[in-house]
Design a protein around this ligand. Structure first.
Ligand code: ADP
Ligand code: MG
Length: 481
């Protein structure tokens, strides 16, 4: 992140379009599956043919309510769909069905953390609307193709308060929001496919001055691009103003190749859209009982899960945060703890350390881990019951990663069972002491560093299988003479 020059402050508000994971469209039974042949999912309602009527998808409403409850927002008892008029080839009706004056979700918030500093970002509103289609500019030379498969896919547009002050906060907010909608199961979170995309509103001002004129950079589809677009806009706007110019209220586009934004069109005002309540759709009523029923069906949310991991398992905030960053990872960890019966902290070390490192290295998601949670539990259990040492466990882990089987099978096949028989360890140590009289004399004469030499020799003699605690203790005793 580039820093903001002294004497300036940025003001940022984000609008996030989040595709809801319903099977069918918001106002018809057409499929919402991504990637189908163009226009194979465009039924009469999607096409806006005369004489058809929209029928609201109940599941879309449920998902919007889930989101609202998860950000402590007010759920409107009655919300209303409105027509938002604009003319664009991928919008066959000439208007988009959205919500305007009475959105389903209002006044929520999300808590973020940047460099250890907590901050609350207000969520002004979240409303239900239908997605538009897509224009295909490269498919036919000289023509623009229209694919209406996406048209009518349910969205919630989540609008933040202008509470964000730099690109790092913006990215933290977006990541938190992304994690939340994925955990709720209301969005697949796929940013490349456009399931979660962001418009960044940016303005600059002298601290304490009224808000400046903002620009809105549209449809940014990666966290890094959001950071780049915001940093670019802040710098550009400051330069314009310092050179005596003025910021135009406009819509801009981000170019990922150059990291720059450019003007696309001057921004519409709300009255340009001629909003009015859609006469084809009844107001939607969500009763208190509906809300409670929906609340009861919600999964444990990331923030609650993190708090529970800290208290139930005694984990650090850092570990708890990492392990709850994805629900599949949290589930994996909890299975390891439960099945291994080992200390929660030991399990956390294996999951956040060796396992995540191995997954990162091979570019795999936790869902595709070559070592299942039950298998890792099998390994951790053998450390806990002292069958193998933590050091040998690393080798067993590598073998498991290579697909050589379960921990027990590998331990048996390779003869890795730890030597806990203190008589055997003592005998090995006696032999080493007898075989290295000079080193023994030096050690006893004050060369403490030689202790490591003896440990190394003893481990070698036992093929690394001696219980490290017993080995250290017996070695100390015997070397003391
Ligand atoms: P519109 O629907 O025309 O884009 P909204 O009033 O819904 O307008 O605001 C959109 C977003 O712009 C919100 O996220 C809001 O926080 C943000 N915003 C409003 N004023 C400013 C400003 N001066 N600078 C930066 N962001 C702003
Ligand atoms: Mg906007």
């Amino acid at each position: 992140m580039s820093s903001i020059p002294a004497g300036w402050e940025a003001v940022i508000g984000l609008e996030v379009h989040c595709q809801l994971l319903t099977k069918t469209k918001i106002f018809s039974g057409a499929s919402t599956t991504y990637g189908a042949e163009p226009n194979t999912q465009a039924d009469a309602v999607t096409l806006g043919l005369p004489g058809v009527l929209p029928v609201l998808n109940r599941e879309a409403v449920t998902m919007a309510v889930k989101f609202g409850l998860s950000v402590d927002a007010k759920i409107a008892e009655t919300c209303v769909f409105a027509r938002k008029h604009y003319f664009y080839p991928d919008l066959p009706k000439g208007y988009q069905i959205s919500q305007y004056e009475l959105p389903i979700v209002e006044q929520g918030h999300l808590d973020i953390e940047v460099d250890g500093v907590a901050k609350r970002i207000g969520i002004t509103r979240a409303h239900l609307e239908e997605d538009a289609g897509k224009s295909l500019h490269d498919a036919f030379p000289g023509f623009t193709g229209i694919d209406l498969n996406r048209a009518g896919t349910p969205l919630i547009e989540i609008v933040s308060e202008p509470d964000i002050r730099n690109s790092a906060e913006a990215v933290a907010y977006l990541k938190k929001l992304h994690q939340l909608v994925v955990a709720l199961g209301v969005c697949d979170g796929n940013m490349q496919e456009g399931s979660f995309r962001c418009d960044a509103n940016v303005s600059v001002r002298k601290p304490g001055a009224p808000f400046g004129t903002r620009t809105e950079t549209k449809n940014i589809n990666s966290f890094r691009y959001v950071q780049q677009a915001i940093d670019y806009e802040i710098e550009r706007q400051i330069e314009v103003i310092e050179a005596g110019g003025k910021i135009n209220q406009e819509t801009r586009l981000f170019n990922p190749d150059t990291g720059e934004t450019r003007a696309m069109r001057s921004k519409e005002n709300a009255n340009d859209y001629r909003y009015f309540p859609d006469p084809d759709l009844l107001p939607v009523v969500v009763t208190a009982a509906d809300q409670e029923r929906i609340r009861a069906s919600m999964p444990e949310l990331p923030a609650a899960k993190k708090a529970r991991f800290e208290s139930q398992y005694g984990l650090s905030a850092y570990d708890a945060n990492l392990l709850t960053s994805e629900s599949a990872l949290a589930d994996y960890y909890e299975t390891v703890v439960k099945v291994s019966g080992a200390e929660a902290k030991t399990c956390a070390n294996w999951v956040t350390g060796d396992l995540l490192a191995a997954l990162n290295k091979s570019g795999k998601a936790i869902e595709d881990s070559p070592i299942s949670a039950t298998q890792l539990a099998g390994l951790v259990a053998r450390i806990a019951d002292k069958t193998i040492s933590g050091k040998i466990a690393k080798d067993v882990f590598e073998a498991m990663l290579a697909g050589e089987g379960d921990a027990d099978a590998i331990i048996k096949a390779k003869g890795l069972v730890q030597i806990t028989d203190e008589g055997a360890i003592a005998a090995a140590i006696d032999a080493i002491i007898a075989g290295n009289p000079q080193q023994v004399a030096d050690y006893r004469g004050g060369k403490d560093k030689l202790f490591g030499f003896f440990v190394g020799q003893a481990m070698k003699a036992t093929q690394g299988k001696a219980n490290p605690e017993a080995l250290n203790r017996i070695l100390k005793e015997k070397l003391a003479g």
